[in-house]
Ligand binder design. Sequence first.
Ligand SMILES: [Zn+2]
Length: 320
Amino acid sequence: MGKLKLKKDIAVKGIIVFIILVVGIILGLNFYNDYKYKQTFEYKLIEHGYTLEEAKNLVNFYKKDEILNALLIREKNSYILELIKEKYYIHNNLDRYITYHEKKPEFSNTDVIAIVNVYADYKHYEHDIETDIEKGILLNVNKYYTLPEDFTPIDISDISLRYSYSGNKITKEANDAYVSMWNAANRAGFTLIVNSSFRDFASQDRVYNNIKASSGMKEADKVAARPGHSEHQTGLAIDVFEVGNQSTETFKDSPAYTWLKENAHLYGFIERYPENKEYLTGYSFEAWHWRYVGEDVAKIIHDENITYDEYYAYYIENQS
Ligand SMILES: [Zn+2]
């Protein structure tokens, strides 16, 4: 009988030890999991003041450790959650988005992103960046990006008088594309005509300074680009009208302009200074100014309804 009791005792002790072991393992795992969770960005962001949902969104959006670490260093700001929902959000611009939003709360988040992306949070001509001429047909010239004084497009050629007034030149590639576009427009019943195109630095300098001399700098800045800042120096821009309708006042209301808006991208041209986009392009609406960028890029710009400045910021500058 004594033996049986002993066996029973051993069994009971065995069970107790087993239970302690199991509880220990469970507690240990819990502790370990807890410890592991505290190492996550989700936990750290919550500790930093974000809600669970905000923390999850931030972690999902910013997959890179260095960016999440940077978020932990800066003050908690739920506005970041609004910004990252925007299609054209560029992380490098985050500080400027926040500053601009604080300064101009009346602008939508979409506008804040667009304005900052194209440097329009800086004054015109007060934030000069030498443009990357290696970008070829995609180089950007505006009131921030400048061309060197001696820049001349390599393969500049005369536009035939059939399609243009005399003295007009653009690059060979743009010229060929323009002729294709001209023919398509012609089939649709429009006779396009180029009245201005490539202008070198010196002639742009003359244009600008003539206006400045007669009407002052403010007026000159309104209607012309300062030398080095004119897209006409790229050899990729044309001012195009319709024969018989060459008024900058009325061209915008013509069926020829509507045709260009709907079809120019098929030939690689984009409307460079669209209506109501002056706050991004720096130029009043110019229905006649078309820029060659190639068909693929023109299609994106047309389909996404963005300016070239926005395209360049997001798809070129941001990706390189
Ligand atoms: Zn022009």
